[in-house]
Design a protein around this ligand. Sequence first.
Ligand SMILES: [Zn+2]
Length: 397
Amino acid sequence: MPKTLKSDPSDVRARNIRAVFRLLFPAEQMSRAELGRRVGLSRMAISEVVGEMTENRLLRETGVDSRSGRGKRSVMLVVDPDGWRIVSIDLTQQFVIRGALVDLCGRIVDRVEIPCENMGDVPLEIVGELCEKLLSMTDRPLLGMGVSVPGVVGQDGTVIRSVNLGWTNVPLRQRIETRFHVPAVVSNDTNMALLGECYFGDCSADSVFIKIGQGVGAAVCVNGEIVEGCGYAAGEIGHVVVDPKGPRCVCGKRGCLEALLSVSYLRERIDAEPEDRTAILSEAGQRLGRALAMTVSLLDLSDVSVFGPPEIVGEAFIGSMREELESCISADYRNTPSLHRCQQGDDLVLRGQAVAVIRGLLDSVHSRGLVEDVVHFTSEGEQSHHDPDEHSGKSGD
Ligand SMILES: [Zn+2]
């Protein structure tokens, strides 16, 4: 949808707030003068923007710039980790639902897990229960809630289809917002892992992220934006046939990427022929490299990240994947993409989902006061205990 080009003062203000936050998130520090230069604002204008952001505890001042050395010392600004909390839920694990309280720098400050026997039929109630538990563990104001779901999620936060959870057309975002009276974001899990890797790991703004687990999924980021696709199913590459003579897949087809690369399939083969372990993993890496060559070339991506259990996605896998990728796409007009194993561990999805909540808030900043944007939402319900002013002086979670 084309955006209008009108530029009223509140748009400019919102854009400046976003620009300042992006420069500092998650762990940069800059002086007012440097921020002003980078955003293109006068001394007075940047002071005003920063003033509003510190007042609302998005930023805080910190010591002095150690880089400035002799002479005048300047106060530095950083993202304030203590002003707000985000509830982040990860529905991708087997037999357990994980949730965390995350600070504004994307760090996990507390966590809760609820065991879930039958992941193929997860009751919605259990998600609400986990949110309740996490809320009871903090006295900070809540910026919002985010839930990562293995499956196809529409723009309105409806889970269109999650085979793993047994959900079809579940209006999850709406349910959470109605119950908890805070903004909620519901996202595809692999997209959130990519977002986490971009901010806390090694991905650049043009990258593809591959997640190998019980299934195989991908997420693509172009120019810093995650590609969703016309039906929100971008990255659902698990059931694309790469070897028509390959093994039968759960979906009924033969030789899907997932049938050849899922962790359970590879473990089964290695258990049957332990002496062929390296050969099996090299072959798997080669297949993935070949399958991705077209995507990487089509979009001219600079990074490929692979996430999976270390005993599967190890040297043999990554080495032969790199070799295949390079030999498939080599050309004198193209840079070879960098390929690496994602090192962020199991918290990647939780942290990436928290980033999506923060970005969601910043995108919705308009003419009202920053905090008002959240509080207004909150006060539509009866949960006035999320009023940030009430708690801004308290400490401890
Ligand atoms: Zn399949």
